[in-house]
Design a protein around this ligand. Structure first.
Ligand code: NAD
Ligand code: GLY
Length: 389
């Protein structure tokens, strides 16, 4: 299997796994699984959804079966609204009916919704069984499949219930992105710009250049172009390398840390994103699209607080324009968004922590008490009413 590799080494847990990146890898996914899983593993529960499995399920299932695995398939309905307790319970029941044991494994084939749910199910079934990820959206490839965060949404809010459960391996086949819808690509690129903005000028520029040459709305036309495939693999590898470094330094997102290497910095843009998703009942935005607004907002707030230079704000806004159109925000209640900030996971004690930006590659965690409500409100108004598109 010809692939690029990023290794994740979690010293605290003595756990190490590889993320392999390439194209047309699914037919060899069974051989890859053999390298990642224990010799004793005999059964594999393949968790996917009704949209992804018809596209890529057979290739994965056949390849695993060729390696002698007994494969059972659980297909969930498609969409964020199914990332809930009911689906989780149904998956766990399925594992139990299939008589999975502690030496068996779960494989997630799909986007972040499938990965988060299957990962959470693997984390709690028999107090934790092996888990492999085969992410098929850009967002899942560069973000959700890396780092072991798993979970479900609930009435309390998004992703507030979950567990850290690191995978035993991640296989990224960039060819699967060919069938991904334009909005999903835009959503993934929003997360890519986010990671570039908080990592360094190299990753930021690489992401910006990629978006300049290969605009998301035309992406599916380029898949026969070798230079494109190679640039896409390189970008995904660079993005993952950054995320993996952060995860290795602060796997469980230590609540005390406020330095620029804290895992909290990955939440740049997420305070507004989660609020927007909540007030629109998770229906209007793709997660990454909401992050897009979150980036614009966090950068604008950083500029208003004199933390970020105007040129850098403009640079970030220019690159954000390349990701494609974001949903309209004109009729979203600013008051409701403001109220929703109170449910943010980054609230420590009673104070929200803002992830702001001093420069490209220089995130800064600022306590909520240091940012007045009036400034937050005015910035919100500017960003949500003065839409980019
Ligand atoms: P998603 O899983 O809903 O996938 C988006 C859509 O694309 C779905 O309709 C899906 O069926 C479809 N799809 C997936 N792969 C496809 C393909 N190759 N071709 C055609 N269609 C395909 O959404 P997502 O953006 O991948 O993930 C969002 C979720 O990830 C959210 O729930 C978010 O909270 C979570 N997330 C988790 C982490 C983490 O660290 N665990 C990080 C970021 C986001
Ligand atoms: N997506 C944020 C994190 O993995 O920490």
């Amino acid at each position: 299997m010809k692939s690029k590799k990023v290794s994740v080494n979690l010293q605290n847990e003595a756990h190490e796994y590889d993320i392999e990146i390439g194209h047309d890898l699914l037919d060899a996914s069974g051989e890859w699984a053999r390298k990642c899983l224990a010799l004793k593993t005999s059964k594999v529960a393949l968790v996917s959804n009704v949209k992804v499995f018809p596209l890529y399920g057979a290739a994965v299932k056949n390849s695993f079966e060729k390696q002698g695995y007994e494969v059972s398939v659980y297909l969930m309905k498609d969409g964020e609204k199914h990332k809930n307790f009911r689906t989780l319970e149904s998956i766990l029941k399925f594992f139990s009916e299939q008589k999975l044991t502690r030496t068996d494994a779960v494989v997630a084939l799909g986007g972040g919704v499938v990965g988060d749910l299957a990962g959470f199910a693997a984390a709690i079934f028999l107090r934790g069984i092996a888990f492999l990820q085969i992410p098929t959206t850009l967002l899942a490839m560069i973000d959700s499949s890396v780092g072991g965060k798993t979970g479900v949404n609930s009435d309390f809010g998004k992703n507030l219930l979950g567990a850290f459960h690191q995978p035993n391996g991640v296989l990224i086949d960039v060819a699967t992105l060919k069938t991904l819808a334009r909005r999903e690509l835009t959503a993934g690129f929003c997360e890519a710009v986010k990671q570039g903005a908080i990592c360094d000028a190299n990753l930021f520029d690489q992401t910006a250049e990629f978006l300049k040459y290969f605009p998301p709305h035309k992406l599916n036309k380029y898949f026969s172009n070798e230079k494109f495939i190679s640039s896409l693999e390189d970008l995904i590898q660079a993005q993952i390398t950054f995320k993996a470094q952060i995860v290795m330094q602060d796997e469980k997102e230590n609540v005390e840390r406020i330095d620029e290497k804290s895992r909290k910095i990955l939440n740049f843009g997420h305070t507004l994103a989660h609020a927007l998703e909540k007030v629109t009942d998770y229906k209007r935005f793709k997660h990454g699209e909401a992050v897009g607004y979150g980036i614009l907002f966090a950068a604008e707030l950083s500029k208003t607080l004199d933390i970020l230079d105007e040129n850098k704000l403009n640079l970030l806004n220019d690159v954000m324009r390349r990701v494609g159109e974001l949903p309209d925000t004109q009729n979203i209640s600013l008051e409701k968004v403001f109220e929703a900030f109170a449910f943010d996971k980054k609230t420590i004690g009673k104070s929200l922590q803002w992830i702001l930006l001093e420069d490209i590659g220089k995130p800064k965690i600022v306590g909520g008490k240091d940012v007045s409500s009036a400034i937050v409100y005015e910035t919100l108004k500017k960003v949500l009413r003065d839409n980019l598109n």
